[in-house]
Design a protein around this ligand. Structure first.
Ligand code: NAD
Ligand code: UD1
Length: 338
């Protein structure tokens, strides 16, 4: 089977491309490299000895998409391409709606024209807003995301729902990721954020490697066990495996399917920090700061639907996520540049 992976040079896309190649799929990557470099795909090739065909271009470029579908017998699309920085989305809403919503619309139009109806979409637990109960199940109502990034994910989910209702040939997976972290255990494929990281684990690992001075902990007065925010961190390799299982499943059914991809366990900022210190053997200096606007106190998944319907379960522990993050970061202190 031949799979088009949009955003395949990015963090989650590159790990999923590796998993696809290892499983025997042919892969065409479409990426404009606005938040990545093709070094990730070279790393993929070095790890598995197989390579994806890399096409540098934009998912909003309809003529390019038409050409790709004409030249390749694509069976399904994994759609990772998009912008993902929450703070930046507040400052640049048009760019975010254009890339994330506009990109998805153009992709779906090109897919329909080419007769390709299988799509796996990268959504986010952010679409749940602030649920009253934990763990979060797929049947919970979606909330009101507090930023354009989150809105863009919810809008695309709704578009895909309407599309499946209107045209029964579509077979779509909405994968709601919780907090993807970690790196491939080779230590040569990992997360390489542009500039100062927004997310917890890349920030901690850059403090440990000496690129940043100290971690700011955003609030220690939440009603959680130690007062710091709780999240469901999931190893990116487990997440990649979830995509393969979702792909398999939508190849056998049509309609819209929603699956949470998380572990079902919540860990606090403090627990993550301590686990990282243990894995790296380095102290991570920190300072407690006020809460970050838009943060929820806690969020973790009920992953039982994916276990039941996909036969998928995350298997890697928090300690392994930290060990793999540190192996990647210490091998590549400046990411793919060094
Ligand atoms: P990433 O930035 O590493 O990867 C996205 C890739 O898409 C990059 O390689 C980028 O160059 C490419 N891209 C962006 N706009 C494009 C365009 N218009 N045309 C072609 N390529 C384009 O991000 P990631 O962490 O790998 O996330 C992948 C997807 O998963 C995104 O849609 C993101 O919103 C979603 N997601 C990520 C997280 C997370 O914590 N990382 C959580 C939930 C959902
Ligand atoms: C954030 C986004 C979410 C997005 C996800 C993945 C917000 C409000 N949410 O999720 O939409 O899908 O990233 O890109 O931005 N923390 C610190 N110090 C830091 C960074 C984070 O204490 O320097 C804390 C946060 O307060 C939170 C936890 O660490 O409690 C995890 O934060 P982060 O990694 O940014 O993920 P989310 O906020 O869950």
């Amino acid at each position: 089977m031949k799979i088009l992976v949009t955003g395949g040079a990015g963090y989650i896309g590159s790990h999923t491309t590796l998993a696809l190649l290892e499983a025997g799929f042919e892969v065409v990557v479409l990426d404009n490299l606005c938040n990545s470099s093709d070094a990730a795909l070279h790393a993929v090739e070095a790890i598995c000895g197989k390579s994806a065909l890399m096409i540098r271009g934009d998912v909003r470029d309809r003529a390019l998409l038409d050409r790709i579908f004409q030249e390749h017998a694509i069976d399904a699309v994994l759609h990772f391409a998009g912008l993902k920085a929450v703070g930046e989305s507040v400052r640049k809403p048009l760019e975010y709606y254009d890339a994330n919503v506009g990109g998805s619309l153009t992709l779906c139009q090109a897919m329909a024209a080419a007769g390709v109806f299988r799509l796996v979409f990268s959504s986010s637990a952010t679409v749940y807003g602030e649920p009253e109960q934990m763990p979060i199940s797929e049947h919970f109502p979606t909330g009101t995301p507090t930023n354009p990034y989150g809105q863009s994910k919810l809008i695309v989910e709704n578009v895909l729902r309407d599309l499946c209702a209107a045209e029964p040939r579509w077979s779509v997976a909405l994968l709601r990721y919780f907090n993807p972290i970690g790196a491939h255990d080779s230590g040569h494929l990992g997360e390489d954020p542009n500039g100062i990281p927004n997310n917890l684990v890349p920030y901690i690992s850059q403090v440990a490697v000496g690129s940043l001075q100290e971690l700011s902990i955003f609030g220690d007065d939440y009603s959680t066990a130690d007062g710091t925010g709780v999240r469901d961190y999931i190893h990116v390799v487990d997440l990649a495996d979830g995509h393969l299982k979702a792909l398999q499943s939508i190849s056998q059914r049509t309609g819209l399917n929603i699956w949470n991809l998380g572990t079902g366990d919540g860990y606090s900022v403090m627990q993550v920090l301590r686990a990282f210190e243990q894995a790296s053997g380095r102290p991570v200096p920190y300072r407690v700061m006020p809460r970050r606007a838009g943060d929820v106190a806690e969020s973790w998944a009920d992953p039982s639907k994916a276990a039941r319907e996909l036969g998928w379960k995350a298997t890697r522990s928090l300690q392994q996520m930290m060990t793999d993050t540190w192996r990647w970061q210490s091998n590549h202190p400046k990411g793919y540049q060094g």
